[in-house]
Design a protein around this ligand. Structure first.
Ligand code: PLP
Length: 409
């Protein structure tokens, strides 16, 4: 127990943490890729599937009403937790990637032209780069990259210089999945708005680790993934300001997103959020995501953030005692992500040996190839923390690394 943070009690809520991997107790240090699930999320999904599964919105029977209430209740939970102005601003998506593709495919296609410029940082995950590149190849707009400093922070001078190009849109991640840098989303948004640009924030790595207030940040779009917030895979949300969503054309066509369909007069579309939710959604996922958010709230995002920060500082201190180890991402404000390399050893060799000792880390470019190219490295080993990690996990990582390095050198 550190302070009032009862990590042992938290760990008991995660059945997967009881298992062994390759004969060793699992040390799960890959929450940035996907967080494990507490019992309440597993149970919520089971309860829905066992007792009130039905399609939503269209039915008059009891199960349909209960499923609809739970689904819309999850939307309300997201709206309240992230402080959106209204439920209509929360669109259920398959995840962060899906949300960004939605913005590119609707707002982007409707508003960007061949003479537009889109800014994005060098820190971006491929999911906040490639949808814009695909659209740029169709429309012909220009993508400009906001540069960073070696510790992984945004170069504000470069940002201001690029804002002078009068971009239509600025895209940035709230927290870098590779370096852990926490960007000042409110400041970056305000600068972009002053320059007349819209703002798309990738919150995939922020939402599980800190309180996020969307009206305070004042961004135009924000996306997050359920599975990184201790919820299921295949579910997430896009936040968009209501006036923008009202003006945007629909994305995927199908049931639920229409107001009326005809062969004789033009088909008309539903209001947000339904306009962007064609077809049967991931109902159990959405309901369980609501449970995951309530679980995070029960622990307290500020408590989770403080615990993960302590783990990160401890990990930095311990890892830097290993000869030849370099940490990538040393921003003053960083989340629980520690990327590193050991001189002369390929990250995937280290990752494989660590797995043999029960330690789950991620190796590779972490879907940030432009960032890896900039550092001139093939990738890193990345240890990332969740609410359930302990100082013992860090010690186990360090001990296993020392063993692995001896074997590989
Ligand atoms: N953005 C960031 C910063 C991420 O770390 C990830 C996933 O690792 C994504 C976007 C994509 O999330 P998803 O695969 O859940 O759509």
């Amino acid at each position: 127990m550190d302070g009032n943070y009862d990590v042992a009690a938290i760990r008991r809520e995660f059945p997967i943490l009881e298992r062994k991997v390759n004969g060793f107790p699992l040390v799960y240090l890959d929450s940035a890729a996907s967080a494990q699930k507490p019992r309440t999320v597993i149970e919520t999904q089971r309860e829905y599937l066992s007792h009130f599964h039905s399609n939503i919105h269209r039915g008059v029977h009891t199960l349909a009403t209960q499923a609809t209430e739970a689904f819309e209740g999850a939307r309300e939970t997201i709206k309240a937790h992230f402080n959106a102005a209204e439920n209509a601003e929360i669109i259920f998506t398959a995840g962060a990637t899906d949300g960004i593709n939605l913005v590119a495919g609707t707002w982007g296609r409707a508003n960007l032209t061949a003479s537009s410029t889109v800014l994005m940082t060098r820190l971006e995950h491929h999911s906040n780069i490639v949808p814009w590149q695909i659209l740029a190849s169709e429309i012909g707009f220009k993508i400009e990259v906001i540069e960073i400093f070696p510790e992984g922070t945004i170069d504000l001078e470069d940002y201001n210089a690029k804002l002078a190009l009068a971009p239509s849109l600025v895209c940035f991640s709230h927290v870098s999945n590779t370096l852990g840098t926490i960007n000042d989303a409110k400041q970056l948004t305000s600068l972009a708005h002053d320059a007349g640009a819209m703002v798309m924030v990738d919150g995939a790595q922020a939402a599980p680790h800190m309180n996020v207030d969307l009206q305070d940040i004042n961004c135009d779009f924000y996306v997050a993934s359920g599975h990184k917030m201790y919820g299921p895979t295949g579910i997430g949300f896009l936040y968009g300001k209501r006036a923008l969503l009202d003006a945007m054309p629909p994305w995927r066509g199908g049931g639920e997103m229409i107001s009326s369909v005809s062969f004789d007069v033009p088909t008309t579309f539903n209001v947000p959020p339904y306009k962007f939710e064609a077809g049967t959604p991931h109902i159990s996922g959405a309901i369980a995501l609501g449970a995951a958010i309530k679980w995070m709230e029960s622990v307290g995002l500020d408590n989770i953030a403080a615990h993960e920060l302590a783990l990160t500082k401890y990990a930095h201190e311990k890892l830097l005692q290993i000869e030849g180890l370099r940490i990538y991402g040393t921003a003053e404000h960083k989340a629980g992500v520690v990327s590193f390399l050991v001189e002369g050893i390929h990250p995937s060799d280290l990752g494989t040996l660590l797995d043999q000792l029960g330690i789950a880390v991620r190796t590779g470019h972490h879907c940030t190839e432009p960032l890896m190219d900039w550092y001139k490295i093939p990738g890193t080993v990345r240890a990332s923390f969740g609410a359930y990690n302990t100082f013992d996990d860090v010690d186990a990582l360090v001990a296993a690394l020392e063993r692995a390095i001896k074997m590989l050198k």
